[in-house]
Structure formats: C-alpha cells, structure tokens
Design a protein. Structure first.
Ligand SMILES: *[C@@H]1O[C@H](CO)[C@@H](O)[C@H](O)[C@H]1NC(C)=O
Ligand SMILES: *[C@@H]1O[C@H](CO)[C@@H](O)[C@H](O)[C@H]1NC(C)=O
Ligand SMILES: *[C@@H]1O[C@H](CO)[C@@H](O)[C@H](O)[C@H]1NC(C)=O
Ligand SMILES: *[C@@H]1O[C@H](CO)[C@@H](O)[C@H](O)[C@H]1NC(C)=O
Ligand SMILES: *[C@@H]1O[C@H](CO)[C@@H](O)[C@H](O)[C@H]1NC(C)=O
Ligand SMILES: *[C@@H]1O[C@H](CO)[C@@H](O)[C@H](O)[C@H]1NC(C)=O
Ligand SMILES: [Cu+2]
Length: 661
C-alpha cells in the first residue's frame, strides 16, 4: 500500500487535505478521498496546481500534477450588465475568466453557467495528472451532475457523473468533489448529464495532452496551444425548459436551436428584422509557416449535425474522440454530431491574412440556414483581407470527414475507414475472433396516440416531448424507455427494484415499458454491439455514446435491401449479423476505427466492438439531449461490485422515503 498526503490552498484561506491510496502506482485502482482524521499521523504534503499551471506542455517522465478546479454553478444571464464594463478577449484559452460578461450572440437570456463562463472553464492537463473538481451548486432548485465525456474512469467509476447511476444528483447548496486520475489522453469535454441543462451553458473542454514519447504526431506539428481548442455549441434564446419536458400542445420551434456559438461567441441575425448583433467573433491566431494542432469539440445538445470548414486550408485528421489515428490529409469539411471530437493539423502556409471558420447546421438546421463564423488570423495581417461575409453556403464540401450518408464515403472519409494507432502498452482489440457477447439493440420512438395519453382512465403521467411535427413521443432503446432509478445503481442497491433488462422485461410493464434498463456483461468479454435505426425519421442520424470506453467501429451500414425501410425487422437485422459473422471469418476487418461516439446512419446501423476490461455501470445512449432525457439510453453493467473499488466513504445517498403510515 502506498500513501500520499496533500495540502492545497483553496480560494485564499481554506485548506483542504486529500488522502489517496494506491495499491500500486502504475495501475492506480484506488481512489482519492477526504479523511481529516488521518492527516495528523502522516506528514507528506504536496502543493496543488492551478488550472493555468496544469495547462502546460507535457514532458516525458514528469511527475503527475494535482490539478484543482472550483466550479460554481448558478443561474446567470448572457449579455447582461457585466458586458457594459468588460469583455473577454476573442482569442483566450477559456481556462479562467477575467470578466463576468458572457457575451453569447449578443442576446440576453437566462443561463445555467459555471463560473460565469460559456463554455465553462477549460480543463487542460497532461496524461496521468490528478484532477479534482469541486462542483458547488448555487443554483437553488436545480440538481447538477457533470459527466467527463471521453475519460474512461477506470478505477474512478464513482465519478462518471451520471445521475442515479454513478452518483446522486448534487443538490443546490451542496458541493460534490469529483476526483480522479486521467489515464487516457485526448480531446474530451464535460457537460451536465441532467435533464436538458447542458444547452443552458453547462459544458466545457477537457484536454489531456501526451508527453512527446507517447505522442505519435509529435513531429507533425509545431504548436498545440491552449487557445486552439474549438468548442462548438448550440444556443437557444430561451431556457431549454421552455421546450422540455414538453407539455406544450405543439412545439413550433421543435428542438432546433436559434444559433451556434464558437467558443461561446457569435452573431445573430434576427430573421424578422434582418438586423444582426455585432459581437466580436472568436479568433484563432497563427503564424505563417507553422503547423498547428486544432482540437474541435461538438458540444451541441440538439439534433443538427454540424459541418466545419476553414477557408482555403485543408486539414489533416490525426485523432477522433481522443484516440490517435493514422493521419489522413486533404480534408476540407468535417461533419460532427454532438459528443464527437476531431483533432486536425492545420498548416498555416497560405497568404498571410484573415480566413473564415465556417460552421453550419445540417438536417433540420439546414432549412433555417443556421450557421456561425469565427476567424483564423495570421499574425501581422488585418481584417481587411477577409473575403466578404459568408452566408449559410460557403465553398464546396469536396472531401468530407464523417459524412452522415454512407454513400459519400468514397469522396470523403468515413469513420470506419480510420485506423487506430495503439500505444505500446495498450491491448489490441482482436478483430477476427467471434465475440463472446453479441448485443443487438434497436432505437426508436414511441408515438403516443393522444387519447391514450390524456384519457382520464389512463393517468400514468407518461413522459413525452413534442416533436417538430407535433407528435407526442418518448424515446426507446430495444423497446424500453430508460428511467432513472431512485438511487444510484453503483452505490445503493435500493435502486435495483427499478432495474429491468434483457431478457427480463417486467410483465407489469405497460407500453412504453419504462424502467432502468441494464444489460449485464462479464468482465473481460469481447463484446459486439449492433445498434440500429428501427423506424427512421427523415434527417435524423442519432449519435450513440458509450461511457467508460473507446470502441472499434467495425461496420457502418444501411439497410439497403430491407423491404420496408420505415420498419426494419428482425429478419433484416439477422441478415446483417450473418454478414458480419462472415466478414469476421474471412478476415475482412483489418483495422480498428476508434470512437466513443458514433453517428448511426439514417436507416442504418453500426456494429462496434470492445473488450469489456473496465468494470462499472456505463451509460450507452443517444447524445441528443432531448433523446437522452426521454429515455434513449441503456446501461452496460460490466463485471460485479467485487470488481469495483469500494464505495468512497460517506458517498452521498438518496432514495425514496415512504415510511409506514
Ligand atoms: C478516517 O481514518 C480513520 C483513521 O485511519 C478511520 O478510523 C476512519 O474510519 C476513516 N474515516 C473514513 C470516513 O474513512
Ligand atoms: C482562397 O483561395 C482562392 C482560390 O485559390 C483565392 O481566390 C482566394 O483569394 C483565397 N482567399 C484568401 C483569403 O486568400
Ligand atoms: C499547404 O499545406 C498543405 C497541407 O500540408 C499542402 O497540402 C499544401 O500543398 C500546402 N500549400 C502550399 C501553397 O504550400
Ligand atoms: C445519401 O446520398 C444519396 C446520394 O446523394 C441519396 O440518394 C440518399 O437519399 C442519401 N440517403 C440519406 C439517408 O440521406
Ligand atoms: C406519430 O403518429 C402520427 C399518427 O399516426 C403520425 O402522423 C406522426 O408522423 C408520427 N410521428 C412520429 C414522430 O413518428
Ligand atoms: C418493439 O415493440 C413493437 C410493438 O410492441 C414490436 O412490433 C417490435 O417488433 C418490437 N421491436 C423489437 C426490436 O423488439
Ligand atoms: Cu437520438
């Protein structure tokens, strides 16, 4: 057993001590916790590092830092009085803020922000650093829970941030300490996992850099700057709760946003008056002749995919969802769904000047031509070199990375064509072997007929949201709508009574069956999951995200031969499974295309594979916030409680309270 003790300055005066147990340092199965009474017996103290100190260039064999963040969540407003006094610089890294003005797109509205910043504070650390985030919830009446999207949390399963699964929601007036060692590098982010709060401002970047020895691209670029993180988010001009939980008769706005923001900024043209706001756009500075790593994050909540272009610059893809891939050059447009991240190298070899960064929404957002701009600026050049202000359409999309439509893979690059670069100490996922477990799951909507919902004999208080067409719908995975249990499954087995799962669907379940849907998987199994779009809706490509893992996308396909493309049957699915088995047998799969969030093609499916070597309760869900909030989720429970670290001492509890009357 190894012991470390630490002391840190918190704000000015408070002193917080942290106690950490490691059974061995390399594979730190232990967890950090807070125990004042043990401090006096040991006297090894360690200084904590500030967010700025942690956002450093990583060095080989450098000791881990203890990076401390204090997040205050509150109700706030964008473009408020603070904006009369100060403004954030347009090219800042977003690690901290010197000004309480949240500019947004120049529209004043209520937000649920962290530290009066949108995006929230950027966390930037090196691989194997410890991260401690105190989330202080000052938003009275709001629960909170933050998920660290892309961080595997192996050994820190209690800090994954899924309410009623890995923790109780954090009540207002409470502070919850997330603390974990970051063992997988890459471009990640964090966001609220409660209701639809994410879109109201609870998200930010989480960058984990590698030291040169662990970075295969170390010689491919010159700069990887803290301010070259591009967070793209969607933005509504009202609180998300105006559009959810959805007790509106109709919802003419649907769930599409009014606008996009790039690092929290943008302009907005009022469609009725034609007048535009005049917010200074985000700016990314480069020097001619240098090569830059840019890290793009799609932190949107709604259903529009986005397309990103940088004027006159072709991009080289080097990583996706935090995983290194064999570089691919010559990409001129990148499509991303919420939850996806892409790292690119940009060679600043064009004529010195200013260039547009153009982000537009696809699918439902295309009709309303929703788009946003930022600027790539060469040093010592001026704005006058900008080409005329672009509209929604901007240049050709010649060579698209991650097109939603699998028929476009030939001209561009689809995610299943990427090849993962493994680290020397990483286990290679076998690609020829049959899986130990094959999980087939459909996703779908439950379409209420209104008398069923509102007939007084049917007072079941069914959950629904109102789709843009006016239908009242709930969201399903494998015909079950996920509902939170009353206590976190990982730490309180009182939650188990609400659990259901394959093949067990409770007979008491009325349509739509609503429960905490769990699929149990043996630790160490080789798992294949086929997830498919059972009853596709036009323009919808759902991105599925798995917590705790990165997986290999084995195959992305469309049910081209299904007799009825509006209703994919078991027979259609079995045909594809047989084809997959045949491909396994004849050695078709030659590379792992790594992702943790993957867009399922419309009328199509994804087959993904992972080795279930990280025990825990891992959420697998559609990343569109409205779909998550209405149940398009399932839990993959890997291993048993004996495979997990013990529940941290005094871990908060929650449950129903219904004593004897
Ligand atoms: C703190 O440490 C003391 C002494 O080692 C131990 O008796 C106590 O149970 C610990 N408390 C918690 C909450 O772990
Ligand atoms: C971008 O490239 C086009 C075509 O090569 C050229 O006409 C245009 O001037 C370039 N734009 C800038 C800002 O240099
Ligand atoms: C600029 O860099 C890109 C990517 O490295 C390369 O394909 C292109 O030919 C270069 N252009 C010029 C004008 O050097
Ligand atoms: C995919 O693209 C092809 C050709 O552009 C088009 O015919 C087809 O409708 C598209 N499919 C979907 C699901 O968008
Ligand atoms: C729900 O059903 C109604 C009536 O059959 C239909 O008009 C509507 O398009 C369906 N909505 C969805 C989202 O499937
Ligand atoms: C889901 O339920 C519907 C209606 O009960 C049924 O028709 C359909 O086959 C089921 N789908 C799956 C994948 O079990
Ligand atoms: Cu979805």
């Amino acid at each position: 057993m190894r012991f470390f003790y630490s002391i840190m300055p918190l704000s000015a005066s408070a002193v917080v001590l942290i106690f950490l147990i490691c059974s061995n340092v390399q594979f730190c199965k232990a967890y950090l916790f807070w125990n004042q009474s043990t401090i006096s017996t040991h006297q090894t103290f360690m200084q904590f590092s500030t967010p700025e100190e942690c956002a450093r260039e990583c060095k080989d064999n450098e000791p881990s830092k203890y990076c401390y963040y204090h997040f205050v969540l509150e109700y706030y407003t964008s473009n408020n009085r603070a904006c009369d006094y100060c403004e954030q610089p347009v090219n800042n890294s977003g690690i901290t803020s010197s000004c309480e003005c949240v500019i947004g797109d120049g529209f004043e509205k209520t937000i649920f922000s962290i530290n009066r910043m949108i995006p929230g504070p950027s966390i930037q650390v090196c691989k194997n650093d410890y991260v401690i985030i105190d989330l202080q919830n000052e938003a009275e009446g709001l629960e909170a829970s933050i998920h660290w999207h892309g961080i595997f949390q192996n050994g820190f399963q209690y800090f994954d941030g899924v309410p009623f699964l890995t923790q109780c929601p954090i009540l207002s007036s409470n502070t919850f300490r997330y603390q974990f060692m970051v063992k997988n590098s890459g471009t990640h982010f964090y966001h609220s996992h409660i209701s639809v709060h994410m879109i109201d401002g609870q998200y930010g970047s989480f960058i984990v850099r590698d030291p040169p020895q662990l970075n295969p691209f170390h010689n491919l670029y010159d700069m990887d700057l803290p301010e070259h993180v591009i967070v793209i988010s969607d933005w509504m001009h009202e609180l998300s709760l105006e559009r959810f939980p959805g007790r509106y008769k109709t919802n003419s706005k649907g769930q599409i946003p009014q606008n996009f923001l790039i690092n929290g900024r943008g302009n907005w043209k009022n469609p009725s008056s034609g007048v535009s706001t005049n917010v200074a756009l985000s700016m990314f500075m480069v020097e001619k002749g240098k090569r830059y790593r840019f890290r793009m994050i799609n932190a949107c909540s709604t259903v529009c995919l986005i397309e990103v272009k940088i004027e006159n610059h072709s991009l080289q893809i080097i990583a996706t969802d935090g995983e290194n891939v064999k570089p691919v050059q010559g990409i001129n447009a990148i499509t991303m769904a919420t939850g996806e991240r892409v790292d690119v190298i940009l060679n600043a070899n064009q004529t010195s000047g200013y260039y547009w960064i153009h982000v537009r929404g696809l699918g439902e957002c295309a009709e309303k031509e929703i788009y946003q701009l930022a600027i790539l600026a060469y040093k010592d050049s001026s704005k006058s070199s900008l080409s005329s202000y672009p509209g929604y359409f901007f240049g050709a999309s010649r060579s698209v990375f991650n097109p939603p439509n699998a028929t476009e893979c030939e001209n561009g690059l689809c995610v299943d064509q990427l090849t993962k670069i493994y680290l020397p100490d990483e286990h290679v996922t076998p690609l020829y072997q049959k899986p130990d477990e094959l999980i087939i799951m459909s996703f779908n909507f439950f379409n209420y007929s209104e008398p069923f919902l509102f007939n007084s004999k049917n007072q079941e208080y069914q959950r629904f949201f109102v789709s843009p067409t006016g239908s009242h719908i709930d969201s399903l995975v494998a015909n079950i709508s996920y509902k939170n249990p009353s206590a976190p499954l990982i730490s309180q087995n009182n939650g188990y009574q609400f659990m259901c799962g394959d093949p067990f669907v409770p007979s008491t379940c009325t349509e739509p069956c609503t429960c905490a849907h769990v699929s149990h998987i043996q630790l160490g199994a080789l798992v294949d999951v086929m997830i498919y779009d059972e009853r596709p809706l036009q323009n919808l490509n759902h991105p599925f995200h798995l917590h705790g893992y990165s997986f290999c996308v084995m195959y992305a396909g469309q049910f081209v031969n299904a007799p009825n493309k509006n209703d994919i049957t078991n027979k259609d699915v079995m045909k594809e499974i047989e084809a997959h088995m045949a491909r396994l047998q004849n050695g078709y799969y030659t590379h792992c295309s790594p992702k943790d969030t993957v867009t399922v093609p419309n009328t199509g499916f994804i087959i993904l594979r992972f080795k279930a070597d990280n025990p825990g309760w891992w959420f697998f869900h559609c990343h569109f916030t409205w779909h998550t909030a209405t149940g398009m989720n399932v839990v993959l429970h890997i291993g048993t409680s004996y495979d997990l670290p013990p529940v941290p001492p005094n871990f908060p509890k929650c449950n129903n309270w219904t004593p004897r009357i």
